[in-house]
Design a protein around this ligand. Structure first.
Ligand code: FAD
Length: 284
C-alpha cells in the first residue's frame, strides 16, 4: 500500500522505524524487533539505510519482510551521497522487485573524507527524487528539519530548498526529531502543501540524548533537560520518563490536529508498545 493513501485515510495513524544490522550476525534480532513492532499494527514501518550503502541489502530484506511477510506497508530509506548513480539505481530496482512501493529519498550525510560531490553523481536529495520517479510509480517521502539542517547557516535557505524538494514530486515529508512541538507547528506556516509527519524520538537514556542531539543539532528545552538531569542516572526511571515525554508530545500533536505521527522507537518494541499502551484510549 502507498503510504500517502494511509496518511490521507481517516483517523490517527502511528508509524515506527527500525534500523538494519551493520553485520549479517545481527539480522535475526532486528527481525525479531520488527515482528514485535508489527504486532502493534502501525500504519507503516520504515527501515533506515546505512549512509555508505554497505548495509543496503539488509534494508531491502527487512523492508521486504515487513511488506510481504508481515503485510504492513514498508517505507525503505535510501541515501545517495556515498554511492554512484548505478549503485543507487540497482537498489531501486531491488525494491521494485520486492514490491516495495514507498521510498524515503535522502541525500545522506557528507562523507568524512570530504569527497563531495563526486563528478556526475548526486549532490542533493532532489536529484535522487527525480531518478526514483523516472524508474517507477513509487510513493516518495523526503526529510525536513524543523530547526534547520546542520549544514545551513540561514533557516530561510533550508525552507527554500525544502520547497524545491517538494516541487520535485515528493508525496510527504517526515521531520527530524524535536522536543518542542511549537517548532513543528511553525512549519505549517511556511506554505508546505503536502503532509508533514512529525518525527518523535522517545529518549530512554542520557547517552542517547547526547548522541542524537550532537548529530542533529536538535535543541533540548529546559523542561526536558530537567527531566534528563534528574532521572538520567537511573536507567529504569529515565526510560519511563522518556516514554512519558514522547507520549505527551504525541498527545499534544493529536490535540492540535496532527493525524500522522512517526515514532523513532528504533529496534525497541517494548518502547513502541509502551507508547501505544499510553495512547490506548486516544488512538483506537
Ligand atoms: P538534502 O535535502 O539534499 O539537503 C541537504 C542540505 O543541502 C540541506 O542543508 C539543504 O538545505 C541543502 N540543499 C538542498 N538542496 C540544495 C540545493 N539545490 N543547493 C544547495 N543546497 C541544497 N541518514 C542516513 O544515512 N540514513 C537514513 O536512513 C536516514 N534517515 C533519515 C530520516 C529522516 C526523517 C531525517 C530527517 C533524516 C534522515 N537521515 C538519514 C539523515 C540525512 O541523511 C541527513 O540529515 C543528510 O545530511 C541530509 O539529507 P537530506 O535528504 O535532507 O538532504
Amino acid at each position: 500500500m502507498r503510504i500517502i493513501d494511509k496518511i490521507k485515510a481517516d483517523g490517527v495513524h502511528i508509524s515506527f522505524e527500525v534500523f538494519p544490522p551493520k553485520t549479517d550476525a545481527g539480522f535475526e534480532s532486528v527481525l525479531k524487533a520488527t515482528d514485535g513492532i508489527a504486532e502493534l499494527t502501525p500504519s507503516f514501518i520504515s527501515v533506515t539505510y546505512g549512509a555508505g550503502g554497505g548495509t543496503s541489502k539488509n534494508t531491502v530484506k527487512i523492508a521486504s519482510h515487513i511488506k510481504n511477510d508481515l503485510k504492513i506497508p514498508a517505507l525503505a530509506h535510501l541515501t545517495c551521497v556515498s554511492s554512484t548513480k548505478e549503485e543507487v539505481h540497482k537498489v531501486i530496482g531491488q525494491l521494485q522487485k520486492e514490491g516495495i512501493e514507498n521510498i524515503l529519498a535522502l541525500r545522506g550525510d557528507i562523507p568524512q573524507d570530504g569527497q563531495f560531490p563526486l563528478p556526475g553523481q548526486y549532490s542533493h536529495a532532489c536529484e535522487l527524487i527525480e531518478d526514483i520517479k523516472k524508474m517507477g510509480d513509487f510513493c516518495i517521502g523526503a526529510a525536513c528539519y524543523p530547526e534547520g539542517h546542520v549544514e545551513m547557516e540561514h533557516k530561510k535557505d533550508d525552507i527554500r530548498y525544502l520547497k524545491e524538494k517538494v516541487d520535485c514530486g515528493v508525496d510527504f515529508i517526515t521531520t527530524q526529531m524535536f522536543f518542542n512541538n511549537d517548532i513543528f507547528y511553525r512549519i505549517r506556516e511556511q506554505g508546505i502543501m503536502i503532509p508533514v509527519l512529525p518525527g518523535i524520538m522517545p529518549i530512554t537514556t542520557k547517552k542517547q540524548l547526547a548522541r542524537s542531539c550532537a548529530l542533529s543539532g536538535t535543541a533540548v528545552p529546559q523542561r526536558f533537560r530537567a527531566i534528563v538531569d534528574y532521572f538520567g542516572d537511573d536507567p529504569a526511571a529515565m526510560k519511563q520518563a522518556g516514554i512519558a515525554y514522547a507520549t505527551d508530545q504525541i498527545i499534544d500533536l493529536i490535540a492540535n490536529g496532527v493525524r500522522n505521527i512517526h515514532v523513532y522507537s528504533m529496534n525497541k518494541p517494548e518502547v513502541a508498545a509502551a507508547i501505544m499502551q499510553n495512547l490506548s484510549e486516544i488512538v483506537k
